[in-house]
Design a protein around this ligand. Sequence first.
Ligand SMILES: Cc1cc2nc3c(=O)[nH]c(=O)nc-3n(C[C@H](O)[C@H](O)[C@H](O)COP(=O)(O)OP(=O)(O)OC[C@H]3O[C@@H](n4cnc5c(N)ncnc54)[C@H](O)[C@@H]3O)c2cc1C
Length: 448
Amino acid sequence: MPIEETDTLVVGAGQAGVAMSEHLTRRAVPHLVLERTRIAERWRSERWDSLVANGPAWHDRFPGMEFTDVAPDGFATKDMVADYLVAYAKKFDAPIRCGVEVTSARRNVGRPGFRVETSDGVIEARNIVSATGAFQRPVIPPLVPAGSDVPQMHSTAYRNPEQLPEGGTLVIGAGSSGVQIAEELMRAGKRVYLSVGPHDRPPRAYRGRDYCWWLGVLGKWDAPAPAPGTAHVTISVSGARGGHTVDFRRLAAQGMTLLGMAAAFDDGVMRFAPDLAENIARGDANYLSMLDEADEYVIRNGVDLPEEPEARIIDPDPDCLRNPILELNLGQAGVTSIIWATGFTRDYGWLKVDAFDENGEPKHQRGVSTEPGVYFLGLPWQSRRGSSFIWGVWHDARHLADHIATQRAYMDYHSEALRNARDASQDGAAPADDRQTDRRVSPRLAQT
Ligand SMILES: Cc1cc2nc3c(=O)[nH]c(=O)nc-3n(C[C@H](O)[C@H](O)[C@H](O)COP(=O)(O)OP(=O)(O)OC[C@H]3O[C@@H](n4cnc5c(N)ncnc54)[C@H](O)[C@@H]3O)c2cc1C
């Protein structure tokens, strides 16, 4: 059987793979996208039922198409996001092949390109773009031994309150997933304990503008790297029920018990670090600093936005903050399930190339890896804060497509130079010198 060949193989057809395909199509780079399941599968089947996008529909989208089934200021449901990406791919007839898993990719020896093994045969590709996502493998800290009395699951396995046994739930992690799941369970009538670590909690909206707008005008989406000491700070935002600011004090006033970071588990007792007050105070400081920056922006730029002094009111500390619980006997507290909203790690087991550091992290600059021909897309902070979000990945994909097109032009240069040399020697003339060839080829490089 002849081996299938393509210039650029994109692995994964989430938002990153779709954006990559659009930019490669625009640059006429022959390519193929392989997706092991369906387009945008993670939005379809790996998230809880009621999840909506964290940003409003005018923001959490690609530049070239609007959502049609939700108002611009509304929050698309997870299925709307998946449908949007499917429709987007259809718009430019993206060459996406679903149901094909890439099992390994290795550099060819002594010739360019990669040999890619898939569940549907072998493919040879000049370039590989890993668009397999930053949120691949759920992480559960090894605190509670598997098989313990209390069932535990990662947030990727959570679907809805009915799925859980009768009784209370301990949710560990208060980023956007943890806090939204905890609130949903509390509203469903469950007793909820929420373990809260360091977090930022921007206002959902301020002075009539969504926080996505504020991050944009304040230049924060473009920040190139997390501020020092904030790499492990999660962000707590919610688009649920039309969107609202995450306010841990309000949740506590409604009956949720807040706890510090989960630290240890022994004999049915979970122990928590004495850091709840510090974590909440830090979240408040982040919230208030964004209001300050927004106010400064309004004054400096003379923007006409209504004042909102009530946004600065912070409720009194609830009892669980004043008298933190450092130990919780799960049985006595009636906790019958644990949900770990503790994030994800990467999985590049299939990519067998020299493009990773000693911790297994991709070595790259804006997604262009240290291994020529290998590219990464969708990484957190790939080029900026917005990189792992729907709109941000589109811009990073454009950069990678530019890079790939430029490299193709360099390769054309060589083939053209060789062709000229061959033609000249066949004519019995001396080969064209480099400078002449340079002049002929450089306009094509300049176009890329
Ligand atoms: C709970 C949650 C909520 C989020 N909400 C938002 C939000 O509201 N707004 C926003 O902008 N971002 C949000 N994000 C962040 C980000 O937008 C999503 O995680 C998004 O799914 C990332 O898209 P991606 O294309 O990079 O990766 P993925 O969506 O993970 O897509 C990767 C694809 O690659 C496929 N794949 C993996 N390995 C292989 C292989 N070996 N062979 C073939 N195919 C393979 C997978 O099946 C998958 O379909 C959220 C993330 C999470 C976890």
